[in-house]
Design a protein. Structure first.
Length: 58
């Protein structure tokens, strides 16, 4: 799947804060995503994110 900066994605598992919605901040070999609810930022490899994603949010 192709990710663009500013995209919102929904993951299969919820974050510790209870939110499952993330925003893409940076793309490349690793993708930087930010939790919408608590603003926590993490770096994830693209292959890992492809497995964890439930659906892209429009």
């Amino acid at each position: 799947m192709k990710y663009n900066i500013g995209d919102h994605i929904i993951t299969k598992k919820k974050h510790v804060c209870g939110s499952d919605e993330w925003e893409v901040l940076r793309t490349g070999a690793e993708i930087k995503i930010k939790c919408i609810k608590c603003s926590r930022e993490i770096m994830v490899f693209k292959t890992e994110l492809d497995k964890k994603i439930k659906t892209p949010k429009e």
